[in-house]
Ligand binder design. Structure first.
Ligand code: ATP
Length: 360
């Protein structure tokens, strides 16, 4: 079994009467890649800073290797942070930036040389040791920031939106590089992003956050296939979310029809929300469709068409199809029992109250 390296227990962070973190609990195992994912202001950076020691938690425990570290100063915690803006020293060259942590710890010159060389090699910039920081591209600067952060061989690396300043192409390349680097180093990464695609692509585990709380923890596949509530289903990937009601163990009703579904573990009559991903909808003729919708518009996305359509209740549908259709055409949609993910309806998170009443 993997060893727990970091644990947060009942962590709260309050600023006067504003609660930035509400009862945060999680464990991070050695050598795995974790991502805190959520919209701006949900508390991701506050969690990183609580672990790094830049923020004092209001209550709860932060544990490292089983020992409480709440009162240990940031510079004595055995972990490093990579920031969004790299935080490199502009007046030092690449070598001196990367060597900095070792110089501070009075490591011998020979060892510094070996370790700087190794760290630069890991980020594939060994030939840049004597360049000035201003002579590097954004992506190269980010790789130097990472080299500097791993030079002390921390057991944990905290990464706060490290790719957000990069353009789309470079950002994608760096996603591969970071994932690969994490696997080669075998250290725990705790990565912060508000980009759900980035989180899905890179992580072993994702913690989805909103308003200071962790709503769901799981592998990327689990979170995509089985979102726990409306917020997660909406935030992760694209989805059609339809209010409905359980009829029986394997029967769900929505939009005035009954459909066979997989076991949702819910009682008959329970109000639910049904998630269907756009790629799971298949277009057919109106007669053969389980539902009929009218096409509003479509966008060519290279390997598929993104089609927006409306059902007879006025709900918008998003469909991914390899074939184009016609604007204003009425089309049928089919989907199988396992293409529907059924979630318990949560009144506080949705605005579907009135629609649900139509099933009473
Ligand atoms: P982003 O993706 O925009 O960086 P985030 O999820 O990292 O957002 P945090 O920076 O952790 O969010 O902030 C969480 C909440 O705490 C925000 O609402 C923020 O305004 C609030 N907050 C952060 N620092 C302070 C502070 N010093 N005083 C008061 N409120 C603060």
């Amino acid at each position: 079994m993997s060893k727990t390296i970091i644990e947060l227990k009942n962590v709260y962070k309050k600023y006067d009467d504003f609660t930035a973190l509400k009862n945060i609990n999680f464990t991070l195992n050695a050598g795995e890649f974790y991502t805190l994912l959520g919209p701006s202001g949900c508390g991701k950076t506050t969690i990183l800073q609580s672990i790094a020691g830049f923020t004092e938690v209001t209550s709860g425990q932060v544990l490292f290797d089983g020992k409480k570290i709440n009162d240990i100063p940031a510079n004595q915690r055995p972990l490093n942070t990579v920031f969004q803006d790299y935080a490199l020293f502009p007046n030092m060259n690449v070598y001196d930036n990367v060597a900095f942590g070792l110089v501070v710890h009075k490591v011998s010159k020979d060892e510094i040389e070996t370790r700087v060389h190794d760290a630069l090699k890991l980020v594939q910039l060994e030939q840049y040791a004597h360049r000035e920081i201003s002579e590097l591209s954004g992506g190269q600067q980010q790789r130097i920031a990472i080299a500097r952060a791993i030079i002390n061989r921390p057991k944990v690396l905290l990464l706060d939106e490290p790719l957000s300043a990069l353009d789309a192409k470079l950002r994608k390349d760096m996603q591969y590089e970071l994932r690969d680097l994490q696997q080669r180093l075998g250290i725990t990464f705790l990565f912060v992003t508000h980009d759900q695609e980035e989180a899905l692509a890179m992580s072993d585990h994702i913690f989805v956050m909103n308003k200071g709380e962790i709503l769901q923890k799981g592998s990327p596949v689990d979170i995509y296939d089985e979102p726990i509530n409306h917020f997660v289903a909406n935030f992760i990937g694209e989805s059609n979310i339809i209010p409905g009601k359980m009829v029986a163990d394997y029967q769900v009703a929505f939009l005035g029809h009954q459909f066979e579904c997989a076991d949702a573990g819910m009682r008959p009559n329970e109000p639910v929300e049904v998630v269907i991903r756009p790629e799971d909808l298949v277009i057919t003729t109106p007669e053969k469709g389980k539902l009929q919708v009218k096409v509003d518009t479509q966008l060519f996305r290279g390997d598929y068409y993104e089609i927006m359509a409306t059902d007879n209740q006025g709900d918008e549908w998003l469909i991914h199809s390899t074939n184009a259709t016609k604007d204003d055409a009425v089309i049928g949609l089919t989907f199988g029992p396992t293409d529907m993910h059924i979630m318990r309806y949560n009144e506080t998170e949705t605005k579907f109250n009135q629609r649900l009443e139509t099933y009473e």
